[in-house]
Design a binder for this molecule. Structure first.
Ligand SMILES: [Zn+2]
Length: 152
């Protein structure tokens, strides 16, 4: 963390502003993702992935907000893949507002690439940019399946 702060202090604008906002975003949103300075690039190491912010040009093709969305998606995706049974609290709240009979319909109407329409079991509930996603397993073959609940 100190190394990254020193690195940030050494940058010139507009690199400094951009990298600082990305670093602050990662620290605030994902305090549990390990931060390091790798090859003079602030790097965030998750399990099986990493995100690095290199400010080597004088302009940035990525808009900062889009970049933040992309980072959130990468980390959330890996987290939900690693522990499908662990639910997000926010997503759980949204899911709990879905009427029980609708929940049952959704759970029993999941597409498995092997079995076709199946029931999802042993699932966790996660936030997704489209709403809420159930990550779990096929009742028939035990394979990984997911069900997006739109506008949830
Ligand atoms: Zn299946």
């Amino acid at each position: 963390m100190e190394l990254v702060d020193k690195y940030l202090a050494s940058l010139d604008e507009p690199k400094k502003e951009w990298v600082t906002s990305m670093v602050n975003f990662m620290r605030e949103v994902f305090p549990d993702v390990k931060e390091s300075l790798s090859n003079k690039i602030p790097t965030y190491n998750g399990e099986g992935y990493f995100i690095a912010f290199a400010a080597q040009k004088n302009y940035f093709t990525f808009h900062t907000d889009d970049m933040m969305d992309a980072c959130k998606e990468i980390v959330d995706h890996h987290k939900s893949m690693q522990s499908p049974r662990v639910s997000d609290i926010k997503a759980l709240k949204k899911w709990s507002k879905v009427p029980l009979n609708v929940q049952a319909l959704l759970v029993g109407n999941v597409f498995c690439s092997k079995c076709g329409v199946t029931t999802i079991v042993d699932y966790g509930i996660h936030e997704d940019r489209f709403g809420v996603v159930l990550n779990g397993f096929c009742q028939k073959c035990g394979g990984r399946v997911a069900r997006i609940v739109e506008d949830c």
